[in-house]
Every structure is written in structure tokens, then in C-alpha cells.
Design a protein around this ligand. Structure first.
Ligand SMILES: CC(C)(COP(=O)(O)OP(=O)(O)OC[C@H]1O[C@@H](n2cnc3c(N)ncnc32)[C@H](O)[C@@H]1OP(=O)(O)O)[C@@H](O)C(=O)NCCC(=O)NCCS
Length: 270
């Protein structure tokens, strides 16, 4: 229990630039208090002490302004910042490392008892202040929901959704650099408008694309029988370009010879 508490405090200090000390976090962060109370309420819920679970949840809501249904599943290192007005429904699931700001509702639109009525947030999702996520669908890993968005459909992993009804503004299949993958306070990429930063990001993306292309070429050559290890160790890039060129020609020749052999064999049979 104390290990989890220490982990929660460390998470808040890491993700909130306003958090100055562990003592401040322990005493002044209602999101932390609500999560600790939820663990107790959830344990009671699972032990089928349903009334007690609801009662603990309501006391926590009275004290923190955060209502988490005791049936909801909450992962590790979840951070509810400010918290006032957050409502998490019975069948909601919040994955590890998610961040939720004040006024967020993880709600349902169905009245069917026992059905999955509330959303699932996969690992690392950030839900901006005032956003409503309504329905039993999934918000993919590391997705961001803009403040005041009203989300009524699944959001793919890595995507950013804003507006009412929410629409995706960043393609989900965009490869995330380590900087993008790391947590950004308030869901915003630092220095996003800085031209030097933009140029650097352009160069990094270009280098990553080039490396991927070289890897693909090397894989293709290896499939054709070239020994790439023999080419390494020369020059700053680790690849001797003349030998690489010779290897490509050698591999192409081998491939042509192989095709010629196959066609000769075909003629023999005929
Ligand atoms: C959605 C969010 C994560 C996007 O951040 P980002 O990736 O840096 O995106 P940008 O700021 O470059 O905005 C991209 C586009 O989305 C729009 N946009 C951003 N946030 C929006 C929102 N909440 N609602 C509607 N549109 C939004 C921008 O106007 C911009 O539109 P444009 O391309 O037409 O100019 C961020 O704006 C956000 O809402 N974070 C939550 C912050 C929060 O809740 N803070 C609470 C602190 S207490």
C-alpha cells in the first residue's frame, strides 16, 4: 500500500510542474486522495460489500469533488489533476499512466444493467479539462482528448481528438518520437511553434526515414545472399559505399544467374 502511495506521489511530482514537495502532494492533491479512497471502495466492491463500497465512494466525492464508481477499474500511476467535477462510471477502465483533468466525465449512454456502458482508456491517455467521453468504446494508447471535447466514438492509439462531437486532428499512424511518447503536461508538445525546434524535428524525422530505408535495403540484400557484416566497419557511417555497391551488383548477378538456371532447367525438362 505504501509502495503504491509513493509511486502515486512520484507520478504527480513528475507530471505537475506546480508540485513542489512530496508533503504538498500528500496533503493538497484531491486526485491522490480520491484514488486512495477508490482502492478501498473497489476492494469492498469486489468483496461484494456493495453498499459499503458506494458509501466510501460518496464520502470521497464529498471530500474531493471526484466521483469514481467503486466498480471502475483504475490502473497504476494514474493522475487526476485538480479533479473537481470528475465522474468515472461503473464499467469504466483507466489504464496505467493516464492523466485526467478537472471536469472530465467517463460516462455512459446506455441504461442496460451489466453491459459495458463506460469507456476504456488504454495506457498513457490524457483527457483534457471538461472533456466528456461517452460510451463503452476504447480510447487507444497515448491518445489525447482536448479540453471540452465530447467523444462519442473510439479514438485510435496516438491520435488527438478535439471538439464536439470530437474529431481526430492528428493521424493515428504517425510514428511517435520518444519526445512525443513521453508525457507532456496538459497534453501539449513543448516548443511546438519554435522554428529551430521544428527544423530539428524535421531533421530527426528525415534521419529516421533514411535509416529505415537503409535497413530495408540491407534486408533485401541479405535475402539475395549478400553478407552485410563484411561491409561494416569502414567510414563514419559504418558502411563502405563502394563495397555496398559491389555487393548490390554481385547480388543482382546471383539473382540473374539463378533465374537463368531455373529457365535452363525448365528447357531441360521440355
Ligand atoms: C488537444 C490538445 C492536447 C492539443 O495539443 P497540441 O497537440 O499541442 O495541438 P495544437 O495546440 O497544435 O492544436 C492543433 C489544432 O487543434 C485545435 N485545438 C487544440 N485544442 C483544442 C480543443 N481543446 N478544442 C478544439 N480545438 C482544439 C487548435 O486550435 C489547432 O487547430 P488549427 O490546426 O486549426 O489551428 C490540447 O490543446 C489540449 O486541449 N490539452 C488539454 C489541456 C488541459 O486540459 N489543461 C488543463 C490544465 S488545468
Amino acid at each position: 500500500m505504501f509502495k503504491r502511495l509513493r509511486e502515486d506521489i512520484a507520478t504527480i511530482r513528475e507530471r505537475d510542474p506546480a508540485a513542489r514537495s512530496a508533503w504538498e502532494v500528500l496533503t493538497c492533491y484531491p486526485g491522490l486522495h480520491a484514488l486512495v479512497a477508490h482502492r478501498l471502495a473497489h476492494a469492498c466492491w469486489r468483496a461484494r460489500r456493495r453498499w459499503l463500497a458506494r458509501f466510501i465512494s460518496q464520502v470521497a466525492r464529498f471530500l474531493t469533488g471526484i466521483e469514481i464508481h467503486p466498480g471502475a477499474t483504475v490502473g497504476r500511476r494514474v493522475f487526476i489533476d485538480h479533479g473537481m467535477g470528475v465522474v468515472v462510471g461503473e464499467t469504466a477502465e483507466i489504464g496505467d499512466d493516464c492523466t485526467i483533468y478537472q471536469g472530465v466525465t467517463l460516462g455512459g449512454t446506455l441504461l442496460t444493467r451489466g453491459a459495458k456502458r463506460h469507456p476504456t482508456l488504454e495506457r498513457g491517455v490524457i483527457v483534457g479539462a471538461g472533456a466528456k467521453v461517452l460510451g463503452g468504446f476504447t480510447i487507444g494508447e497515448n491518445a489525447k482528448i482536448g479540453s471540452n471535447a465530447v467523444v462519442v466514438k473510439p479514438v485510435p492509439a496516438g491520435a488527438t481528438a478535439v471538439g464536439n462531437p470530437a474529431r481526430v486532428i492528428q493521424p493515428a499512424d504517425r510514428k511517435r518520437s520518444p519526445e512525443h511518447a513521453a508525457f507532456c503536461a496538459y497534453g501539449i508538445t513543448p516548443n511546438a511553434e519554435d522554428p529551430v525546434s521544428l527544423a530539428l524535428h524535421g531533421l530527426i524525422d528525415h534521419a529516421a526515414n533514411e535509416k529505415q530505408r537503409v535497413d530495408e535495403i540491407v534486408a533485401a540484400l541479405e535475402r539475395l545472399g549478400a553478407r552485410i557484416e563484411a561491409l561494416q566497419g569502414a567510414g563514419a557511417s559504418g558502411i563502405d559505399l563502394q563495397r555496398l555497391s559491389a555487393a548490390i551488383q554481385g547480388a543482382a548477378q546471383t539473382s540473374t544467374d539463378a533465374r537463368a538456371d531455373v529457365s535452363m532447367e525448365g528447357q531441360d525438362v521440355v
